[in-house]
Write a protein that binds this ligand. Structure first.
Ligand code: GDP
Length: 393
């Protein structure tokens, strides 16, 4: 698949930057167009891979933002994006939409710029293009507290109703206790980028030697067509690529493949797919609640096995309790790894989302209570006991 990828806010831009890094490290070419949109000038200076002329500063003339961000205020994030909507539209002037199959908007939902601005950007892209617009949203960790949870719960509603499919990433599930928050984010962003790019880059190669079970963009689009919230599982194993000689089709057609060889490859593929499904998902979810499933096997074609793909598919049909399971391959001749990326589309049982909503309702109540008594408390503080004193002016 070929994408136009847009990072909104700080987390969104950092994740897109890591996607570009993973692409360049693995010789992929997924993101045909990229943009970083942000309200904070300093954050826009951070990416290593997003070209400078693809970074869009919004809200620099807004009184509350002035180029310094929106301080985690989701309302201001949305307001600023709406006010600068023409500038955002203009950034897409030179995007040749015929070159892309879909658009992906990436944001952290716990802050202000991505959480508030993301849905505004999505709405605009949906108006501008017929291609599907997907969202990738980072759910804040519990440790961040009530305000990020409230931002995320509200933004999630906007994201999921406006996008064609929403892929989630849960910071809580991916947090490693022994790391600092920044170190943790770096690692999470790399893990997430590997999953996204391995999955979505399937079928993007112009390799003429396409394998028999090759996955293409229409398979991915069909799987994501359910709407709702999706999650990704992933597993990879090193392979001895020097031993790779010729493609699967060659060996089948000449009958050269030794039967035991193919069966050990089949076992390897089956094991890898099981590991991916049982791995830590980007958002932990009940697998059987998925509507559709797609597996991309990415690696040297010599590692593929039709039998392995077929048995992985049968196993997944039972595991996910759906007949809508696609398993296909993405030949990467030079890859030192065989990887399985599993997309579980429209998972309806995701405990962390319920938890965030509960945290958000509590936070909203607390904020309302504080607001209700704030004026009274200030008044009490500055007024003397018998109200004998008067203000100067
Ligand atoms: P914004 O710039 O106002 O959109 O806010 P940020 O993107 O800085 O932060 C929004 C939320 O994203 C935070 O509450 C965190 O949950 C999360 N976050 C921030 N940076 C990262 C990151 O690099 N990786 C991940 N996974 N999450 C992040």
């Amino acid at each position: 698949m070929k994408l136009a990828t847009i990072g909104v806010g700080n987390a969104g831009s950092k994740i897109v930057d890591r996607m570009l890094e993973f692409e360049s490290q693995t010789d992929r070419n997924l993101c045909q167009h990229v943009h970083a949109i942000n309200t904070a000038r300093t954050d826009l200076a951070k990416p290593d891979y997003i070209p400078e002329d693809r970074r869009v500063l919004i809200g620099d003339t807004n009184q509350k933002a002035k180029g310094h961000g929106v301080g985690g205020d989701v309302e201001v994030g949305a307001e600023v994006a709406k006010a600068d909507i023409e500038e955002i539209r203009r950034a897409f002037d030179d995007v040749d939409i015929h070159e892309v199959d879909a658009l992906l908007v990436v944001a952290g939902l716990g802050g202000g710029s991505g959480s508030g601005g993301g849905p505004v950007v999505i709405e605009t892209l949906q108006e501008m293009y017929d291609e599907p617009v997907y969202g990738l949203g980072v759910l804040p960790g519990k440790y961040e507290g009530g305000r990020p949870a409230l931002n995320a719960a509200r933004s999630l509603q906007s994201f999921v109703t406006k996008v064609d499919n929403f892929i989630g990433f849960d910071n809580d599930a991916w947090r490693a206790r022994e790391q600092t928050i920044e170190e943790g984010y770096e690692q999470m962003n790399r893990e997430l980028a590997a999953r996204l790019v391995t999955l979505l880059a399937a079928g993007e190669t112009d390799d003429s030697e396409v394998a028999e079970n090759a996955m293409d963009s229409s398979d991915i689009i069909r799987t994501l067509d359910t709407g709702g919230v999706s999650t990704i599982g992933y597993a990879a194993t090193e392979v001895d690529n020097d031993a790779a000689t010729g493609g699967l089709l060659d060996r089948w057609s000449t009958g050269d493949a030794a039967p035991e060889d193919d069966s050990s490859k089949a076992t390897k593929i089956q094991g890898l797919v099981r590991r991916a499904v049982n791995s830590r998902l980007t958002v932990p979810a009940e697998i059987s609640s998925a509507d559709r499933v797609l597996v991309v096997l990415s690696g040297p074609p010599s590692e593929f096995s039709r039998k392995g793909i077929e048995s992985a598919r049968q196993w997944l049909e039972q595991e996910a309790d759906t007949v809508e399971v696609l398993v296909g391959d993405d030949p990467r001749r030079k890859s030192p790894q065989l990887a399985a990326a599993v997309l579980l589309s429209n998972v309806t049982e995701t405990p962390r989302i319920d938890e965030i909503q509960n945290q958000a309702v509590d936070a909203q109540e607390k904020i309302a209570e504080q607001e209700a008594v704030r004026e009274e408390e200030i008044n009490d503080l500055i007024t003397d006991e018998n109200d004998d004193l008067d203000p100067v002016v």
